[in-house]
Design a protein around this ligand. Sequence first.
Ligand code: OFO
Length: 170
Amino acid sequence: MISEKMAEALNEQLKWEFWSGYLYLSMSAYFEDKGLTGFAQWMKNQAGEELFHATKMYDYINSAGGRVILQTVEAPQSDWESPLAVFEDGLRHEGEVTAKINNLMNLAHELKDHATANFLQWYIAEQVEEEGSFGEIVSKLKMVGDGGGMYMMDKELGARVFTWPAPAAQ
Ligand code: OFO
């Protein structure tokens, strides 16, 4: 059974996973407003992924005998200077989430909670992917500037699809 301290820390992370989803949905709304529907679609999918991260954590706390306590999710920012600023913000945010996951892993080790450490391993790997995908788009946006390349990127990002993983893969 999970300790109270670990459950409390996971509940705090659960809030951040939901908040990440909220932030990316807000970014999606920003792109919708600008008519960049491909960027909007990409961000909406990202929000879906965050909801999956949150649900996975919610399930783990429950199955490990902890008590889920949902917390207040603050309103995210709603406006940005440019598409590049949006993705730079996303990249910065993912860096912060990575640090939070690393701290959780440190706590699990400190508490000798091997089951939670094993569970968190999935998030450690996921954060590498998350930072990588935001970083790649930041680099591309810097390359294309504001011209026709932006139209091509909108098309490319609009092709992203997020499918809720099957239970076995969770
Ligand atoms: Fe949940 O990975 Fe992004 O924040």
